[in-house]
Write a protein that binds this ligand. Structure first.
Ligand code: CA
Length: 232
C-alpha cells in the first residue's frame, strides 16, 4: 500500500473535502487540506505535498491559476475535480498542466482509480529502469531512468503523465501506435473521455518538442489511427 505520498486536497466545499479525505484514508493515503487558493499555495510550500487534488472553483482564486503557478516550479501530479462538466474546462485544465480531470459528482472508486493511474506513472518513472535507458532521436535525448528529456542539450520538463506517453512513443519509435493501444498502456482500463485527454497531452508534448507543430519533426499523426514517433 502506498503510504509514503502526501496528498493536498484543495476544495472549498467542506463536505466534498471530507469525502475526498475519507476516500484517501480507505487506502491509508496521507492528506492535508486547503479550503482556498491562498491556503493551497501556502501548504504547497510548507507541507511539500506529492500529489494535488484540486477543485477549479475556489472562492479566492481560479484553480487554473494554481495549476499554472505550480507548473512553474514543479512536475507534481495534479488531479482536477470540477463541477464544471464541460469539455472546454477540461481541455483548459489539462492544457495548463493538470494530469487528470474528474467531474463532480464522482465516486470513491472513480477517484481511487484515477489516483492509481497517476501513482503508477510516478512509480514507473522512479522504480522501473528500462533495459535501454537512453534514447536519442535527432536532437532529442530521453533518459528513461533519470526521467530526463533534453532537446538540443536543453532540459525540458515533463509531468509524469506526459513522460509516460513520451516514453511509450520513443520505445516504439518508427511504429504506428493506435489511440486505443496508447490509452490502454497509459491509463490501463480507460474511459471514453481519456481519448480527449490523450489529444491534449499529445498537443502539450508537441508544444515542448516541436519547433513547428504544423510540420512535425518527432510526432506524426496517423489520421484516424494514432501516432508515430520519428525513428531518426
Ligand atoms: Ca468549489
Amino acid at each position: 500500500m502506498e503510504t509514503d505520498k502526501l496528498f493536498l486536497i484543495v476544495e472549498d466545499d467542506k463536505q466534498i473535502r471530507s469525502f475526498i479525505r475519507f476516500s484517501l484514508r480507505t487506502q491509508n493515503y496521507r492528506a492535508v487540506e486547503a479550503a482556498n487558493g491562498k491556503e493551497a499555495l501556502a501548504s504547497i510550500v510548507a507541507d511539500r505535498p506529492d500529489i494535488l487534488i484540486l477543485d477549479l472553483g475556489l472562492p479566492d482564486m481560479d484553480g487554473l491559476a494554481i495549476i499554472k503557478n505550480v507548473r512553474a516550479f514543479s512536475d507534481m501530479p495534479i488531479i482536477v475535480v470540477s463541477a464544471r462538466d464541460q469539455d472546454r474546462e477540461k481541455v483548459e485544465a489539462l492544457d495548463a498542466g493538470a494530469d487528470d480531470y474528474l467531474s463532480k459528482p464522482f465516486s470513491i472508486n472513480g477517484l481511487l482509480a484515477r489516483i492509481r493511474v497517476i501513482l503508477r506513472h510516478c512509480k514507473s518513472a522512479a522504480e522501473n529502469p528500462a533495459p535501454q535507458r537512453i534514447y536519442r532521436i535527432g536532437e532529442l535525448e530521453v533518459d528513461l531512468e533519470k526521467h530526463r528529456v533534453t532537446l538540443n542539450g536543453r532540459e525540458i520538463h515533463f509531468t509524469p503523465m506526459e513522460f509516460s506517453i513520451l516514453s511509450l512513443m520513443v520505445k516504439n519509435s518508427g511504429k504506428v501506435l493506435t489511440h486505443s493501444y496508447i490509452l490502454k498502456e497509459v491509463w490501463g482500463t480507460y474511459l471514453e473521455s481519456d481519448a480527449q485527454s490523450l489529444r491534449v497531452f499529445m498537443a502539450n508534448i508537441r508544444r515542448k518538442l516541436e519547433n513547428d507543430p504544423a510540420r512535425p519533426r518527432y510526432i506524426f499523426t496517423e489520421v484516424g489511427i494514432g501516432y508515430r514517433f520519428a525513428n531518426e
